[in-house]
Design a protein around this ligand. Structure first.
Ligand code: ATP
Ligand code: MG
Length: 386
């Protein structure tokens, strides 16, 4: 719509990865097909009216020239691309021992720490909210009280949980609200003794884009602080890059507060120490970073970039979660099984050098929505296979 309003009306819709189950008795295959059908049936009119191409889901990962050639051509398998070669024999053995543990193990281990911050990170749509909510429920199951905080629109977490649980508190960091509250607070404190011109000047200073970062930084600091004695699960945490930015804005805040709040004797006001949360995030005894990815080439590459970004901020991720694993789902659909080879390559890639610990959540025929469904994923002793 945006493009059309700019006069770019020659549009065409390409729907990629359209899946048709070949085994009517395979619940996973049926569920995946139904999801696609549903999405296409309910797409907005502006899209539905466009001329449309559908590219079927292929049995191979679509990275590399042979794969790209095969993508739009007949549905023949491309020659094995580099990295997939030599898989044949060892494959069957690997199948039995996917180098990844179920989510319940992750909940066990985190629960054993007694408290701390769990930051669930990853690219859009990989399952961050689902994993964060499941871990939160798992910690509550193990007798802990948990604060689940999101920077997503709060409704997503509420929808995912679809209910409440004693011991589980859900909160949200809303950048807009945090910024407004922060400006109001500074105006009420630092602005209160200034004359009209001074107040106008201060307010102008506060209109800087830095203010939002400082405000979010404060909200985030508050959350990080509570993790010293309780469990805090953070859904969609800031990336390493923005953490460094926020840390830099801490300096801006210090400067602001010194400039506007000085005691009668000239000393700087007390009680305004800015404790950078970065130091706590770097402390592996407090913070556990969980990176969520799908077992496909590009998502894994993006997750690896996120990990590098965190490492630049001197934050070492604790574990990865491979979500929507087909290998772990137990499907027998031939196309999905053929895709397993690609998935296994990615799982191996993660286990061989990217992740210190790897956990897995299978592709579930029923999306894990609701406290109960989430609870079964992380229940003590759960295998994670459905
Ligand atoms: N293992 C799974 N099996 C089946 N469906 C899943 C699985 N994990 C997540 N989903 C579904 O996939 C969708 C996306 O998951 P989710 O909202 O957790 O992703 P997200 O990373 O938080 O997304 P965003 O980046 O938009 O916040 C949801 O509908 C969720 O129910
Ligand atoms: Mg989310």
């Amino acid at each position: 719509e945006e493009l059309r309003s700019l006069g770019l009306a020659n549009q065409r819709l390409a729907i990629n990865g359209v899946f048709h189950a070949s085994d009517p008795n395979d619940p996973i295959a049926q569920a995946i097909e139904a999801l696609g059908r549903e999405a296409m049936a309910t797409m907005p009119d502006t899209l539905a009216q466009l001329p449309r191409d559908e590219v079927p889901l292929r049995a191979f990962d679509t990275v590399g020239l042979p794969a790209l050639r095969a993508l739009l051509g007949a549905s023949v398998r491309p020659e094995p691309v580099e990295g997939l070669a030599g898989f044949g024999q060892a494959q069957a053995e690997r199948k039995a021992s996917l180098p990844a543990e179920p989510l319940s193990r992750m909940a066990d281990e985190l629960a054993a720490k007694g408290h701390g911050l769990i930051m669930v990170m990853g690219k859009g749509g990989v399952g961050k909210t689902t994993i964060a909510a499941a871990l939160a429920v798992g910690l509550v199951q193990r007798g802990h009280s948990v604060h689940l905080t999101t920077t997503d629109p709060a409704a997503h977490v509420a929808d995912t949980l679809n209910g409440s649980l004693e011991g589980l508190k859900v909160g949200r960091i809303d950048p807009k609200a945090e910024t407004e509250a922060y400006i109001a607070k500074i105006m009420a404190s630092k602005g209160k003794d200034l004359d009209e011109q001074g107040r106008a000047l201060l307010l102008e200073d506060l209109q800087s884009p830095c203010t939002e970062e400082v405000a979010v930084f404060h909200a985030f600091s508050r959350v990080v602080n509570t993790a010293r004695s309780a469990f805090v699960v953070l859904d969609t945490a800031p990336t390493g890059h923005s953490l460094l930015l926020m840390d830099a804005t801490g300096a801006y805040h210090r400067q602001m507060t010194q400039q506007y709040e000085t005691k009668a004797d000239g000393s700087s006001a007390s009680g305004l120490h800015i404790v950078t949360p970065l130091m706590r995030l770097q402390d592996a005894s407090i913070t556990h970073v969980v990176i969520v990815t799908l077992p496909e080439t590009t998502p894994v590459t993006q997750a690896a970039a996120l990990q590098d970004d965190l490492r630049r901020a001197h934050i070492e991720p604790w574990a990865w979660v491979i979500n929507k694993s087909i290998a772990a789902s137990g499907t027998s659909d031939p196309l999905l099984r053929a895709r397993l080879e690609g998935e296994r390559t990615q799982t191996q890639r993660i286990a061989d050098g990217l992740a210190k610990r790897t956990f897995v959540l299978p592709w579930l025929a029923q999306p894990p929505v609701g406290v109960e469904a989430l609870g079964t994923l992380v229940a003590v002793g759960a295998k994670g296979l459905s």
